[in-house]
Design a protein around this ligand. Sequence first.
Ligand SMILES: N[C@@H](CCC(=O)N[C@@H](CS)C(=O)NCC(=O)O)C(=O)O
Length: 206
Amino acid sequence: MKLYYTPNSPYARICRITAIESGLGDALALDWVGLRTPDSPVIAISPLGRIPLLQDGDVVLSEARHICAYLDEKSGKRTVAPYGDWLAVAAEAQSLAFLDVVTVWSREMRRKESERSSFLLDVADIQVRRGLAHLNATLTVPVGAPPITFGALCAVAAIGMMEFYELIPDWRETYPALAAWSDAYDTAASIADSKPSQDALRPLTR
Ligand SMILES: N[C@@H](CCC(=O)N[C@@H](CS)C(=O)NCC(=O)O)C(=O)O
């Protein structure tokens, strides 16, 4: 199995953590690719060139949730909420939506300051704060090893981006329950070792 990825992609991070925590770390070859570069090997198998992209023989999966469900099938573990357990599906969707808005904001922050849309930044700020309040009110700090689920990893990856781009500098003081939850997840090496880094940052390309 091969995962095309970039080290700072939060969606790819979720897949990488899931593979490690499911015992599939060695079975997953990682290929760091450029985004929006015509020579990306991803484009030949997935036209929009988005990552994470998992290739396993004829199977090509281009959504993090599908990739994690595929890894679940391989490992026999369950990290993705099953259809039928609708409360779990709904909670997972809230975390994924939170990651999506954090990602939109983060991408805008990578553009030159003069080119950023103040409208987009305002909307993202409102949505991210709503998401933070929701997670702060609903997540409970795990006792012992943090359970690795797709929904939890969406929140982990979103918080990682939020901190990296310093989107809401005072989030820890404002949302202390979520900060404690996040600290519990940071005890897992797969999570602590996969945070976004300046070294892996590449210029935006078209
Ligand atoms: N819905 C996708 C989102 C993946 C995504 O947004 N990937 C970004 C990198 S973090 C990407 O490939 N962007 C390429 C582009 O914007 O052209 C998922 O859940 O995997």
